[in-house]
Design a protein around this ligand. Structure first.
Ligand SMILES: NC(=O)c1ncn([C@@H]2O[C@H](COP(=O)(O)O)[C@@H](O)[C@H]2O)c1NC=O
Length: 517
């Protein structure tokens, strides 16, 4: 076991004062001398613990509204002296500087200030300069100094100090966390200055960075021979990665990818909606008067495929829906909330994973890694993509009555959640046949019609992109589809429109498409 290095002198400078008084009292009881900045020192003194102010040590007042406090050689020499080197100890002695063995710092709340909508001057003021300097100095000098950046670590700090100090391995681990802390902080500052303070003409920033924190090592990845882990983003709104698991077995990699696809499908609707997903594609999407009805309708689309599926809702799961789900073999259910008693009903299934996650926020950009880089795009925003039927163009057949229009709008929204080429047949606010992920649109039409069976006749159809030839729509027309919505825009649109016209079938062009690859 490596030797512990006693802590005799500590430097404390924290914005977040959580646990500070207890830490200071514990350090003092362990015989540690405490040096501290402005309001940190005031908090320590108010707790009745002796403390030396940084300015008494430096002989230089904290100045410029706190912009300069610890940025002084007497502080940084005390942090950066490698006490394994006799020449460093000699130099400290010559200068009359004493070394620190412990540095406790947490930084100005830059991210929270930006998130609160503060103006540029206020945000800039919250860019901590002295704090990161101390953290980086202490982390670099971890053979001599322990650095602590998280109040949650204070009890462990006191335990270590009380048992003779930190080992080198412990100081190295703390150093890694210190560097991660300042790196994440700098990423946030650099991202804000790039995108907000000094944006260029492009709709995309010329520099992108992010930080992710590992929250779980998963049993395996997409396949058992692929190790995998879950990471939580250091920025942006909470989502699936932050979900609370209320019941069931540990989530798998595939559970996460399917749950993400299911949420994307469910949150495209404003009425109570349920999506059932298998292998990232829907085997049923429906809206209903309530969530239980939406689930019944979504499940009925393809009960065979829904076996072992992943369910997402866009609203609270009722007890009635929970009773239905408890009857079906389901891998995961994820919802923004559960009515009283619903989780207990679902918990009858020992293995069913029950997750509560914040509602999906649709705006923003999405990033997809490719070899050697990444692609960024604005999310497929429904409102920008022909979602509003008042902007559709009637190109064949009679105008839809309100019921038919409602089904067409539902089908158009729902087909967005289907991997291209996507054809979705719908009736009464529910998918009844889905053709997904085929490499030509004709096969997607065949698949949708085959899955719908008898339900194809009288249903409406949505296509995520235009029909390049009239052969695909002809399959839908032959199956008795009574209306079709599609983007339009093919050089052979005329032929497709003529086929619909000949069949007396309503056809709308949306003018926008919904590829999903
Ligand atoms: N400028 C400096 O020399 C400096 N030294 C420490 N700080 C920060 O000041 C805060 C603590 O200040 P106070 O003890 O006054 O609450 C900490 O978040 C620390 O990271 C500084 N502030 C900002 O840069």
């Amino acid at each position: 076991m490596s030797e512990r290095k006693p802590v005799r002198r500590a430097l404390l400078s924290v914005y977040d004062k959580t646990g500070l008084a207890e830490l200071a009292a514990g350090l003092h009881d362990a015989g540690v001398e405490i040096v501290s900045t402005g309001s940190t020192a005031a908090t320590i003194a108010a707790a009745g613990v002796p403390v030396t102010k940084v300015e008494d040590l430096t002989g230089f007042p904290e100045t410029l509204d706190g912009r300069v406090k610890t940025l002084h050689p007497r502080i940084h020499a005390g942090i950066l002296a490698d006490t394994r080197r006799p020449e460093h100890l000699d130099q400290l002695a010559d200068l009359g500087v004493e070394a620190f063995e412990l540095v406790v710092v947490n930084l100005y709340p830059f991210t929270a200030t930006v998130a609160a909508g503060a103006g540029p001057d206020e945000c800039v003021e919250q860019i901590d300069i002295g704090g990161p300097s101390m953290v980086r100095a202490a982390a670099k000098n971890h053979p001599s100094v322990a650095v602590v950046v998280d109040p949650a670590d204070y009890p462990a700090v006191l335990a270590a100090v009380g048992s003779g100090g930190f080992t080198l391995a412990e100081r190295a681990r703390l150093a890694a966390r210190g560097f991660r802390h300042t790196a994440a902080y700098d990423v946030a500052v650099a991202g804000w200055t790039t995108s907000v303070l000094a944006p260029d003409e492009s709709p995309f920033p010329d520099w992108v960075a992010g930080t992710w924190e590992r929250t779980a090592v998963l049993r395996y990845g997409e396949n058992p021979h692929q190790p995998a882990a879950l990471y939580r983003s250091g920025a942006g709104p909470a989502g699936l990665a932050q979900a609370a698991q209320l019941h069931g077995k540990a989530m798998s990699y595939n559970n996460y990818t399917d749950a993400d696809a299911a949420r994307r499908a469910a949150f495209d609707h404003s009425a109570p909606a349920v999506a059932v997903i298998k292998h990232a594609n829907p085997c049923g999407i429906a809206i209903g008067a309530d969530i239980a009805e939406a689930h019944r309708k979504a499940h009925a689309c393809d009960p065979q495929s829904a076996y072992g599926g992943v369910i997402a809702t866009n609203g609270e799961v009722s007890v009635a829906m929970a009773e239905q789900v408890a009857e079906i073999f389901t891998e995961v259910i994820v919802a923004p909330g559960y009515a009283d008693g619903a989780v207990e009903v679902l918990a009858r299934k020992a293995n069913l994973r029950v997750l509560r996650a914040e509602p999906l926020v649709g705006a923003g950009v999405e990033l997809r890694p490719i070899s050697g880089g990444a692609l960024l795009q604005h999310r497929d925003d429904l409102t920008a993509a022909g979602d509003d039927s008042t902007r559709w163009t009637l190109v064949a057949g009679p105008a839809a009555d309100p019921d038919m229009l409602a089904d067409l709008e539902f089908a158009w929204r729902a087909c967005r959640a289907v991997k291209s080429n996507a054809i979705l047949l719908a009736r009464d606010g529910a998918s009844v046949g889905i053709g997904m992920g085929q490499v030509n649109r004709v096969d997607s039409c065949r698949l949708a019609v085959a899955r719908a069976g008898d339900r194809a006749a009288g249903s409406v159809a949505a296509s995520d992109a235009f029909f390049p030839f009239p052969d695909g729509p002809q399959i839908l027309l032959d199956a008795g589809v009574r209306a079709i919505v599609q983007p339009g825009g093919s050089v052979r649109d005329e032929q497709t429109v003529a086929a619909a016209q000949a069949a007396g079938v309503t056809m709308y062009f949306t003018g926008a498409r919904h590829f999903a690859h």
